[in-house]
Ligand binder design. Structure first.
Ligand code: ADP
Ligand code: MG
Length: 821
């Protein structure tokens, strides 16, 4: 649109102005105090007029408190400035004149004054020092007079000023019964050990030994040897996820080329834990310790411990129904009851009989342990005693209309009134996290150094891994970390140092109605079990506080006791398709932990039948088999497959990727609404799908530019994600093509050698990529390739080359290759 370039010019203009103001910013604390003093004086002039006009007694108590507070603040500010003015005076006073509650003991003071005045220091200076000291003591007490100071006492004795519009403050209440009790069952001895060690930094090996699970290492290994299935229960942070797979590794479970798998409901958890464990074991990620999540795999033949999403392990059942690669499988976070982990448990239950050597560990929070034990036929539950300090729970007095805003206010309330300790905020998704992060950052910038630093760390699934690791960075002294997390931080990830939890009590859930066949992501209230789990995150390093942005009444009357298992609330078409492709034909007989409703199953069958994935007898068709290979909703898989016959695969992939971003694609800032709308209109193709496509293609033509996005009011981040997803989908269609090629051309596969040439996977033949191939100039050269033909000219050349992953070969043609041991 013609309007867009104007914006650019305008922005440039304001840039120079900004620079000027920047140098004038009152970073000097004295300047700030001075300007505060002026402000207060002015404010009080008005307030005093109010008193004159209406009379003190006619003011509301809130108004009275406000005036008292302002007066006290004024005198405090004055004394601060005076103190500064006499900076060189020896401002050291014997503590003995001051009683414990900050009062000056007049009598003692007289005595001391006498003795001091006989010394050599000039009495004038001393007297004023006394006055200052008194003032400081007094000002400590002023704090309590603040009209909104009802939250929590300030133990540090420091005086903080309120930095927020006080009308924005969130009011909390608590009663003595609102406490999450500590679960301190760890020996006193060990406790003390840990405290003494605090002074010097611990090595990784030492840290491993301080984890609660370490004490039970031998017992655990024994129990695993003795029982094919074991349920493990323990507080979050006790070391289940990071340590148990290592214990298995250390006690030889990964010998004979077998692997240890540990599944996670979330991709972020799989990658971050793998990173941590690789570090603990002192190996490179992707070698002995690896991970596998959708569209991203870092593991190799020598991988011993593999963290993966539960969905990935489920897919492995397709090519390897007995999961023969693994000697032990840990289904972690089983209490979350994701559809994939539920189905995995059902499948594993069948596999156990055929694989007596296989060990299955199921780790769960306390809530579901019995249920798992019953499901596998009364298997033992191993309880790892953990440690948790008490957590005080605060509720809002009335429901919060805007919980993001309330959470932001609460962050600053904590930051300005509470002693050190990091904050963890539970939000429902990336969009909320990003908007809160922006808002917090803006406010911090405005406040400059009038508050100590806030280190804001977001964590959600789509965040690049390097940034995910940032939440584990230690908080620098004098600043406070604020972690903005999805419910990934509920149990899967443990962040040390959290003392405060802010919980709006919401979660984003996929909800499906079998009646209407509609599926939607909705933000709803969490369960009691979830909010209690969240509160517990505050009690890991010491006593903590949890601020719930809902009322005590809501907790007792509105929240359901436990989360609803995913399988009971989502569209079952993907699961049915998957189970059928795994050869489970009688779904009604399949053992589910909680069986989905018959209506739900029937609806899924109907849908799959109408998509052509099933025939009239309910058997999988060839199309259905292909569809099951895509990690996509069956409807979208069908669309993608059909696109090949219409020659529009690239466009369809883009449209699908863009559809996922539709809600956050365009934005319109208030001041530039008209411009934004006209920019949006310029993409209008008369329908949404083609409009999305147009946006993407124009962005592509603009070299994927960021400036282009801001000119056209399109979210750069959304487009970037769509680009990744589109590429990934290309990748997956490439994977599908590769797998198909492997099924016939498995004799034509070769692997890169250290000399830079290739060697056939099956024979000792060496070869190179033909110069005519697009892959001949690619750096670094692909590791494993499949070729159409081998031609001999000056040497052996491969022609028609495609890069593949070695693991696909073993999966597609397991009979032909046996993996090297
Ligand atoms: P659990 O599975 O029982 O909840 P974990 O094994 O996940 O416990 O965590 C044990 C400890 O390892 C935690 O206290 C945490 O501090 C530490 N930890 C886990 N992941 C990381 C990481 N990526 N970076 C640093 N420390 C981590
Ligand atoms: Mg864990």
């Amino acid at each position: 649109p013609s309007s867009a370039p104007q914006t650019k010019a305008k922005d440039k203009g304001s840039g120079t102005v900004k620079q000027q103001t920047h140098s004038n910013l009152p970073f000097d604390p004295i300047r700030r105090e001075e300007s505060r003093l002026k402000g207060l004086q002015k404010e009080l002039t008005y307030l005093e007029q109010d008193i004159d006009k209406y009379g003190w007694n006619n003011l509301t108590s809130k108004e009275q408190q406000n005036i008292t507070y302002k007066r006290n603040l004024l005198s405090l500010t004055r004394s601060k400035l005076e103190l500064h003015a006499s900076k060189d005076s020896t401002y050291v006073l014997p503590e003995s004149y001051v009683t414990e509650d900050g009062q000056i003991d007049r009598k003692r003071k007289q005595e001391v004054l006498k003795s001091v005045s006989s010394s050599q220091i000039g009495s004038n200076t001393r007297r004023s020092d006394y006055e200052k000291w008194e003032e400081t003591q007094l000002s400590k007490k002023m704090k309590i007079n603040h009209p909104d100071d009802i939250i929590v006492e300030n133990k540090t004795g420091k005086v903080y000023e309120y930095v927020f519009d006080e009308s924005q403050h969130v009011e909390f209440t608590t009663t003595s019964e609102n406490q999450l009790n500590s679960t301190d069952t760890v020996d006193q001895d060990q406790d003390q050990d840990q405290e003494q060690d605090n002074s010097k930094p611990k090595t990784i090996a030492e840290v491993r030994k301080t984890l609660p699970v370490y004490q039970y290492r031998d017992e655990l290994i024994q129990a695993i040897n003795d029982h094919q299935v074991l349920i493990i229960v323990g507080e979050t942070g006790s070391g289940k996820t990071t340590q148990l797979p290592q214990y298995l590794y250390e006690s030889g479970y990964s010998s004979k080329g077998l692997q240890i798998a540990c599944t996670q409901p979330r991709r972020v958890a799989a990658t971050s834990v793998a990173t941590r464990v690789a570090e603990e074991m002192g190996v490179k990620l992707g070698e002995e310790v690896g991970y596998s999540i959708r569209f991203d795999e870092r593991s190799c033949e020598s991988t011993k411990v593999k963290y993966m999403t539960d969905g990935m392990l489920l897919r492995e059942f397709m090519t390897d129904p007995l999961v023969s690669k693994y000697s032990a499988i840990m289904i972690d976070e089983a209490h979350e009851r994701t559809i994939s982990s539920d189905v995995l448990l059902g499948l594993l239950k069948n596999v156990l009989k055929m694989r007596p050597d296989l060990r299955v560990l199921i780790s769960s929070a306390t809530m579901n342990a019995e249920k798992f034990s019953d499901f596998f036929g009364d298997v033992p539950i191993f309880n790892i005693p953990g440690r948790r300090f008490p957590v005080d729970i605060y509720y809002t007095k009335s429901p919060e209309a805007n919980y993001i805003q309330a959470a932001i206010s609460t962050v600053f309330q904590i930051h300005t009134t509470q002693p050190e300790g990091d904050i963890l905020v539970f939000l429902t998704g990336q969009d909320e996290i990003e908007s809160m992060q922006e808002n917090l950052q803006e406010t911090c910038n405005k406040l400059g150094d009038s508050i100590s630093e806030l280190m804001i760390c977001p964590i959600y699934a789509n965040l690049p891994p390097e940034q995910q690791q940032k939440i584990f960075d230690p908080t620098p002294k004098g600043s406070r970390k604020v972690v903005l997390a999805t419910n990934i931080a509920e149990t899967s990830i443990t962040i040390d140092g959290i003392v405060f939890v802010i919980d709006p009590g919401m979660v984003k859930e996929n909800v499906y109605s079998p009646q209407t066949g509609m599926e939607s992501l909705v933000v709803t209230s969490c369960s009691k079990a979830s909010v209690d789990q969240r509160a517990g995150r505050a009690g890991r390093v010491g006593p903590g506080k949890c601020f719930r942005l809902f009322t005590n009444w809501a907790y007792h009357h509105e929240l359901k006791p436990n989360p609803t298992p995913e399988i009971l609330r989502v569209n079952l078409a993907s699961v049915v398709l998957l189970l059928l492709s795994l050869g489970v034909s009688d779904l009604l007989k399949f053992q589910f932990l909680d069986a989905p409703s018959k209506t739900g199953l029937m609806k899924a069958f109907e849908l799959l039948y109408s998509l052509g994935a099933l025939n009239g007898k309910g058997k999988l068709t060839t199309l259905g088999k292909t569809m099951s290979q895509f990690p996509l909703d069956p409807k979208l898989s069908k669309v993608l497959i059909t696109s090949t016959s219409y020659n529009c695969t690239k466009e369809i992939i883009t449209v699908i990727a863009m559809m996922g971003e539709a809600s956050s694609l365009f934005y319109a800032p208030k001041e530039k609404k008209a411009q934004a709308l006209s920019a949006r209109e310029s993409f209008n193709q008369g329908c949404d799908h083609l409009t999305f496509l147009d946006v993407y293609q124009k962005w592509e033509d603009a070299g994927f530019s960021k400036q282009w996005c801001s000119d056209y009011f399109v979210q750069y981040k959304s487009l970037q994600r769509a680009k990744i997803n589109a590429n990934v989908n290309f990748q997956s269609s490439r994977e599908r093509i590769s797998r198909t090629l492997i099924s016939g051309l498995f004799t034509n596969i070769s692997k890169l050698t250290s000399l830079g040439n290739y060697k056939s996977l099956k024979s000792q033949q060496t070869m190179s990529i033909h110069p005519s191939s697009v892959l001949s100039k690619v750096k670094p050269p692909p590791k494993v390739v499949l070729y159409n033909e081998l031609v001999l000219t000056s040497k052996e050349f491969m022609r028609g080359v495609i890069e593949i992953q070695e693991s696909w070969v073993y999966e597609v043609v397991p009979f032909y290759f046996t993996q090297a041991e």
